[in-house]
Ligand binder design. Structure first.
Ligand SMILES: Nc1ncnc2c1ncn2[C@@H]1O[C@H](COP(=O)(O)OP(=O)(O)OP(=O)(O)O)[C@@H](O)[C@H]1O
Length: 280
């Protein structure tokens, strides 16, 4: 099949027949997934379903055994991760030790400066480029980081660090954002700010959310893909997923998760924390 994107121009990212084998294990089994422009699309599935492997394939950390990935009509299957970022596909950044000693302002200035091709020296960028300073302030405010902008990242509350991770991703000006478990491990008191911020992400950024927290999934996503054993079990809108007997069956046998999967489409809000045990 060729030209999925030309036939359906609203598709911004398309995974087509992706397969990933690790020796005898098939972690990704013929996965086809289309992300539409401006999407709020969630990827869910029980532990070991293959979500991480799929994200690693999309971002270029892993090469597929079969299949291809098309971004904005261009085949990116062979591109390295940084080349995909340059083309507008960005995964939320895991803050590493390099950024720990820097402040949110410095970190964002660095990323924005690099994004604008001004080099990797935040102190130059902040002093010399009004654009960099303005964009950094915008992001600091949008992500509720203005009050801690001059504190080293290592002393920030966990929720603030997660906010900074998303801010860093947005500083890369993505067209597609792969949002990897934004609320995982965030204490209850800090969740609301994060949920509100995720809900307010720019409408023109197409988002694929990988998340175990069903409160967030069902409040955020207008489309969902359910992965099981590496394959797509089903895809649909939240009502369809919540009322799908196959989806419910998949989560049966996963302890308290099963009790929370609703029996009908009217009970979407009853689904709360499928897979939350993972981070316990
Ligand atoms: N590098 C690897 N080598 C061998 N098997 C792997 C490798 N990476 C993943 N797998 C296997 O592929 C399957 C899918 O794993 P994956 O981590 O992608 O699932 P997941 O949905 O992200 O799970 P979780 O929600 O628990 O993180 C699992 O059976 C896993 O053991």
């Amino acid at each position: 099949m060729s030209g999925v994107n030309s036939a359906h121009p609203e598709v911004v990212l398309s995974a087509q027949g992706l397969v990933k084998r690790f020796g005898g294990i098939t972690a990704t089994s013929n996965v086809t997934l289309n992300l539409h422009r401006g999407a709020r699309h969630a990827l869910i599935g029980p532990n070991g379903a293959g979500k991480t492997t799929l994200i690693n394939l999309l971002t270029g950390v892993l090469q597929p055994s079969e299949g291809r990935i098309v971004l904005e009509g261009q085949d990116i299957t062979q591109l390295a991760p940084h080349q995909r970022v340059r083309r507008g596909m960005v995964r939320t950044f895991q803050i590493n030790q390099l950024f720990d000693s820097m402040t949110p302002l410095q970190t964002l200035a660095l990323v924005i400066s690099q994004q604008k091709g001004l080099g990797a020296q935040w102190w130059h960028a902040l002093g010399a480029s009004k654009d960099v300073a303005q964009r950094a302030q915008q992001l600091l405010e949008q992500f509720h980081l203005a009050d801690v902008q001059n504190q080293p990242t290592q002393v920030l509350a966990y929720g603030k660090r997660r906010l900074l991770e998303i801010a860093i991703a947005l500083a890369c000006e993505p067209r597609v954002l792969l949002l990897d478990e934004p609320v995982a491990g965030v204490p209850a008191g800090e969740r609301e700010e994060l949920l509100q911020t995720v809900a307010a992400l720019p409408a023109d950024v197409s988002v694929l959310l990988i998340e175990h927290d069903m409160d967030l999934v069902f409040s955020f996503a207008s489309r969902m893909t359910v992965l099981v054993n590496g394959a797509v079990l089903t895809e649909g809108d939240p009502e369809q997923i919540a009322s799908d007997p196959q989806v419910k069956a998949v989560y049966l046998g996963h302890g308290e998760e099963a009790a929370r999967v609703p029996s009908g489409g009217s009970a979407v809000h009853e689904v709360t924390s499928v897979g939350a045990d993972r981070h316990a």
